[in-house]
Design a protein around this ligand. Structure first.
Ligand SMILES: [Zn+2]
Length: 395
């Protein structure tokens, strides 16, 4: 920290104050002074500047019994939009949200190509159309955040997307060349963990989020910070070896966890065992309801394999909150109890284990929240979960 630098301290105060306004929803100047510990004169100057930027607005509280009704301050959620993009294997989802993470539009497009230039152009055109949709707001579209299902470096370059076979792509720079907007690239598991913290588990500073769809990705938040490792690739727990002589994995090893405990692994196994192509959640739900013996046996084994990996991760991080992001676990009766029953080691300790309520929306909600935090430049962000979650089609 540069002490004595007036402009720097002013900026820190501004960010801190704006963060508190977002956190409280509505707050008076007097309350702001109390919760920030800053004196009233500082609050007054900063609030005046924030009002000038239209990032906040004033309202008069309705129901105060006696005396002057205090003037309350709130974030002006409508002055700008952020765009979250989830770049998956077979589809791309776009969600435009306001500055409090409330979704305004959401579109999903099928993806029939893995060609980098084609996909870059598709994304660029969509960003431009969302810029037009946001043009009537004072700040327009302020930020674009793209969730990548692969490894992303600390400099936001894509190191590898296995399903598209992209290596060393600088999508951020390629898009920013064409469009005047700040683009951020993040790993989807990190964004899922970020979304769980921002929208659901506000007070958990040590949170692990495990996304278990096509592979298994781990987003790690420790002491309130996303942990990325040396290059930025930390969290590839799907490639933790469960069986040294197990199934061959695309990563080059054998017996990786995601070959036994991802949704895709179970879908493919059941498809083979039940002799049915393209099975979906509804099939599995039906088989669970009718207690199909073969399906029950494989589900049990799936839970067991999932628990072994969880045990290892818990030992590594001693987390406060573990969120399992899986649609499948919602279908399985008492999934959490069964997993907990397998976590019997007296050494591995955690506080809570839950299934995500955000589901497949987590990644894109995390992308929007990340864009909001970057734009507002606030140190900590907590947002309310909108009851208007836009559904994303599931398999
Ligand atoms: Zn592997």
């Amino acid at each position: 920290m540069v002490t004595g630098d007036g402009a720097y301290i002013k900026k820190l105060n501004r960010n801190f104050i704006l963060g508190k306004i977002v956190e409280h929803g509505m707050i008076s100047r007097a309350e702001l002074s109390k919760v920030t510990g800053l004196n009233k004169a500082t609050i007054s100057v900063q609030v005046a500047e924030l009002l000038d930027t239209e990032l906040i607005f004033e309202t008069q509280q309705e129901h105060n019994v006696v005396g002057r009704r205090p003037i309350m301050l709130s974030l002006n959620r409508k002055v700008g939009c952020v765009l979250g993009i989830d770049l998956d294997y077979k589809e791309i989802t776009y969600t435009l949200s306001d500055l409090l993470g409330f979704p305004l539009f959401s579109d999903t497009y099928e993806l029939n190509s893995s060609n980098y230039d084609e996909i870059r152009e598709l994304i660029a055109n969509q960003i431009k159309s969302y810029q037009i949709k946001s043009a009537d707001r004072r700040y327009g579209l302020v930020s674009v955040v793209i969730a990548i299902h692969g490894t992303v470096g600390k400099d936001e370059t894509i190191f590898f997307i296995p399903q598209h076979q992209w290596r060393n792509k600088n999508l951020k720079a390629d898009l920013e060349k064409d469009i005047e907007i700040s683009v951020h690239i993040e790993n989807n598991a990190n964004l899922c963990a970020f979304a769980e913290k921002i929208f659901k588990h506000h007070h958990s500073d040590n949170l692990l989020c495990i996304s278990m769809y096509s592979g298994i990705g781990l987003g790690i938040i420790m002491d309130g910070e996303v942990i990325k490792g040396y290059h930025g690739y930390a969290g590839e727990m799907g490639h933790m070896v469960l069986f040294p002589d197990g199934l061959p994995c695309k990563c080059g090893n054998k017996g990786c966890w995601e070959l036994y405990a991802s949704e895709a692994s179970l879908f493919s196994l059941l498809s083979q065992k039940m002799n049915k192509k393209d099975i979906g959640y509804q099939d599995i739900q039906h088989w669970i309801n009718t207690r199909e013996p073969e399906v029950c046996e494989h589900m049990n084994r799936f839970i067991k394999h999932l628990s072994i990996g969880l045990n290892n991760i818990i030992n590594l991080y001693n987390p406060e909150t573990i969120v399992l992001n899986s649609e499948l676990l919602h279908l399985y009766p008492n999934a959490i109890e069964e997993i907990k029953a397998n976590l019997t080691s007296s050494v591995s300790q955690y506080r809570e284990l839950v299934i995500s309520d955000l589901g497949k929306n987590a990644s894109i909600m995390g992308a929007c929240a990340f864009g909001i935090k970057k734009f507002l430049e606030i140190p900590e962000l907590s947002l309310e979960l909108s009851d208007r979650l836009l559904p994303i089609e599931t398999k």
